[in-house]
Design a protein around this ligand. Sequence first.
Ligand code: FAD
Ligand code: UDP
Length: 369
Amino acid sequence: MKYDYVIVGSGLYGSVFAHELHKANKKVMVIERREHVGGNVYCENIADINVHKYGAHIFHTNDKDIWDYVNQFAEFNRYTNTPMALSKGRIYNLPFNMHTFNQLWGVITPQDAKEIIAKQSAEFSSIDPKNLEEQAISLVGRDIFNTLIKEYTEKQWGRKCTELPSFIIRRLPVRFTYDNNYFNDRYQGIPVGGYNKIISGLLEGIKVETSVDYFDERDYWNSVANKVIYTGPIDKYFDYRYGALDYRSLKFETELLDIENYQGNAVVNYIDKEYEFTRIIEHKFFEFGTQKQTVITREYPKEFESGDEYYYPVNDEKNMQIYKKYYSLTMENEKVIFGGRLAEYKYYDMHQVIRSALSAFRKEVVTSE
Ligand code: FAD
Ligand code: UDP
């Protein structure tokens, strides 16, 4: 056999798996449909600014092993994500914390904020939240739901808050301290020089072909390797046998501006439905850039249509029922390992996808030897 493994997709999952296999002296080949490696963490340099081409990526984790793992390939700066939200002409701090409560209600103490939230969430205090709307109101009350969540979420997902799973909103911390850090994790930052540095470190010494779609020559790729590691969409792999899964896609509109500072922050969320985009990213702030120009990106959510990129799995009940059927097919298929955000249909962050790839590698190579 020419290769021990052919890896379909060079995102973080495929690149971490490839790196570990290569280190274990396996013969590996990576194929990538896009013109470049890195999947959604890829950065493009525009006017000396690392532009997060597929959306803002902030690395964060509580897991020291994962932090040490990524630090092998790049140094990280001390960027802390503190996004702002614009709602009905006023600016608020995120995630939901004492600054937000003060901006909304004028309260100063945690006791006063808790009292308001308890009143506004009383109706859900003794029930198990069934959907995102109930979960949000029970965590932060109705005012915050109406001002900072409802319209943003319905734009982002193209579905009502009552039709979305509650875990999505639990991603966001709620704090009764004056702390605007978007994440609770111990480690956080942006790789100095951008994410491409990590990907090129992971793929060093490994054979990679870009602009190659596995499905164009599926039989060929299956025939040259003992095993395939597949990181693309799961429904496509099985020819949509149980129907197509829903994905949310995005359109990005990027502009280079001849000003130094457009919005004063890396991320500003636009809550109101009158804006078709959900957020504007000003990329230089991820690396404390002092360039004379700036690059901004507006992010427009949309339902996935043929030809779009896949970004978010829609983990609602209907789709999870379909996914379960595909998952059982993966269990019968010993020649293929399915992993990553698209093949596992999971709302993974970067640290979680790295952990998942390392665990799958250990199961595949370390424990079987
Ligand atoms: P991907 O990066 O999607 O890689 C899959 C690769 O497979 C792609 O390159 C694709 O082109 C290729 N591929 C697919 N099909 C084929 C085929 N048939 N043949 C060949 N190649 C194929 N995480 C964080 O931790 N922090 C953040 O701030 C953050 N922000 C995000 C913002 C946005 C807008 C999005 C969409 C995601 C964000 N994430 C963030 C999540 C992060 O992007 C993912 O966890 C991670 O990139 C997933 O890696 P992956 O390898 O599973 O998938
Ligand atoms: N969210 C919101 N208002 C905001 C930011 C987030 O309602 O200003 C909700 C929205 O439903 C979103 C979810 O919280 O999908 C998770 O937010 P996160 O920033 O983690 O989303 P991602 O960066 O993955 O798009």
